[in-house]
Write a protein that binds this ligand. Structure first.
Ligand SMILES: *Cc1c(COP(=O)(O)O)cnc(C)c1O
Length: 386
C-alpha cells in the first residue's frame, strides 16, 4: 500500500451525501454555492469541485488564483471570489467570467472601464456589511444609492447581493436576527431604486443548519460540505453530515522506555513508569498541529494512544502501553474512524485550544489526498514536488 507514512482519505460519497442532506432541508429551488476556498478546506479544491459540480449551482473561493485554478481544470459553473481582489488579477478574471465581489464605487468605476475596454461584462455580487465589519458597503440608504449607481455603470452586471453572518453558529440568535433584518432592509432599498438582483445570499453552514437566512436565492456551504458542524452550538441533529476527510498513518517504530525517561524536544514529558512508546512518522510539517503536543491522541487497534511530549516537524510519539497489537506497520488513525472509535476534527483541535476549520486547511501539501468513490480509489494527488 503506497502512502503508508500519511494519507488523507477523501470520501467523495460523503461529500455528495452532505450536499443532498443540506438540500433536503432547504426550500426547493434554493441554490447552493460550494465554498472551496483554501484548497477546499484542505480537501483539494479541484477534485471536490469536480465531484460536487453536478449537485451545486456554483462555487465560492477566497482568491482570484483559486477561482482561476477551477476554470483551468474545467469547472464551468459560476465561480465567485468572496472578497475584494487587487486590480492586477481583474483581466484574467474577466476573461474567465469569474464573479467579482464589489462594494466601493472607485473600484466599480475601474472595473467598468476595464470590462468595456475588453469588450466584456463584469458579473458582480455586491457585498453589504450588516455587522461583521470585514468587507462590504455600509447598510445605509446612501450606500444603496451608491449600489444603484454601480449597477448602472456600463460593463457591470449586478447579479448578486450578499452579506456574511458573524455569529450564526451561536445559540443566541439575536445578533444574527439583527444582521438578517439589516440585509432585508438593504435588499428592499435596492428594489426601491430599481436595481434587480437575481442571486441574493446570506447563509453560511451555520445559517443552513439552524435555518437562518436560508429564505433568499442561494446559500453558501463551507464546512458542512466537508461533513463538519461549524460549532457545538448549532442543532446538529437537524442535518446529518458525514466527515469527508480521514487521516491515516502507520507506526514506524516501537520501543520500551523506563521510568524517568523523557520524550521529545524540551523533555516536557517524563515517564513515571515503564512504558511502550510508538513513533509515528507525522508532524507539524504535515499540518498536524504542534499545539496538540501532550494533548492530542491517535487511534491504534481501535484504542486511544495519547501523544507524549512535543509534536516534531516530521514525527511524534504516542503511548501504546495499553495497545498490545502496536508494532511497526500497524495502522494509526489521526482523524476519522477506527473500529468503534472515532476522532473528529472539532474534538481534536478543541483539545489543544485550536479550531477545526484551521486544522483541516492546515493539512499540508506533503500529505497525499487519496480520493475514494463507491469504495474505490479514483485519484491520488501529486506530491512529487514535496
Ligand atoms: C468561508 C465563507 C463561507 C463558508 O463558511 P462556513 O462556515 O465554512 O460554511 C461563506 N461565506 C463567506 C463569505 C465566506 O467567507
Amino acid at each position: 500500500m503506497p502512502y503508508e507514512r500519511i494519507r488523507a482519505v477523501i470520501d467523495l460519497d460523503a461529500l455528495i451525501y452532505n450536499i443532498q442532506s443540506m438540500k433536503q432541508n432547504l426550500r426547493p429551488g434554493t441554490q447552493v454555492m460550494a465554498v472551496v476556498k483554501a484548497d477546499g478546506y484542505g480537501h483539494g479544491a479541484v477534485p471536490v469541485a469536480e465531484a460536487a459540480e453536478p449537485y451545486v449551482d456554483g462555487f465560492g473561493t477566497a482568491t482570484a488564483e483559486e477561482a482561476l485554478q477551477l476554470r483551468r481544470q474545467g469547472i464551468r459553473k459560476p465561480v465567485l471570489v468572496l472578497g475584494p481582489v487587487f486590480e492586477s488579477a481583474w483581466e484574467a478574471m474577466l476573461k474567465e467570467q469569474i464573479r467579482f465581489t464589489l462594494f466601493e464605487e472607485d473600484q466599480a468605476a475601474a472595473l467598468s472601464a476595464m470590462a468595456r475596454k475588453l469588450g466584456t461584462e463584469a458579473l458582480v455580487h455586491l457585498a453589504v456589511d450588516t455587522g461583521m465589519n470585514r468587507i462590504g458597503m455600509a447598510c445605509t440608504e446612501a450606500a444603496a444609492d451608491m449600489a444603484a449607481r454601480i449597477s448602472r455603470m456600463p460593463g457591470i452586471r449586478t447579479e448578486g447581493l450578499f452579506t456574511h453572518l458573524a455569529r450564526a453558529d451561536e445559540t443566541d440568535k439575536e445578533p444574527t436576527r439583527r444582521q438578517l433584518e439589516a440585509y432585508r432592509r438593504f435588499a428592499s432599498w435596492l428594489e426601491q431604486r430599481g436595481v434587480a438582483v437575481s442571486v441574493r445570499h446570506v447563509s453560511n453552514s451555520a445559517g443552513i443548519i439552524d435555518q437562518e437566512g436560508t429564505g433568499w436565492d442561494m446559500v453558501r456551504a463551507g464546512i458542512s460540505l466537508y461533513g463538519l458542524y461549524p460549532s457545538h452550538e448549532v442543532q446538529r441533529n437537524r442535518i446529518p453530515l458525514r466527515p469527508v476527510m480521514e487521516l491515516k498513518s502507520h507506526i514506524s517504530y516501537v520501543k520500551e522506555i523506563p521510568a524517568g525517561a523523557q520524550v521529545s524536544y524540551g523533555g516536557t514529558f517524563t515517564a513515571d513508569h515503564p512504558m511502550t512508546v510508538a513513533t509515528i512518522p507525522v508532524g507539524y510539517g504535515d499540518g498536524y498541529p504542534r499545539y496538540l503536543s501532550g494533548k492530542g491522541w491517535v487511534l491504534i487497534g481501535g484504542k486511544k494512544a495519547p501523544i507524549l511530549g512535543r509534536v516534531c516537524m516530521d514525527q511524534m510519539m504516542a503511548d501504546v502501553s495499553s495497545v498490545p497489537q502496536a508494532c511497526r506497520g500497524e495502522e494509526v488513525t489521526l482523524l476519522g474512524r477506527d473500529g468503534d472509535a472515532c476522532i473528529g476534527a472539532e474534538e481534536l483541535a478543541g483539545a489543544g485550544g485550536g479550531f477545526h476549520y484551521e486544522l483541516l486547511c492546515g493539512i499540508s501539501k506533503r500529505v497525499p489526498r487519496v480520493y475514494v468513490k463507491d469504495g474505490k480509489t479514483v485519484t491520488i494527488s501529486d506530491i512529487s514536488g514535496c
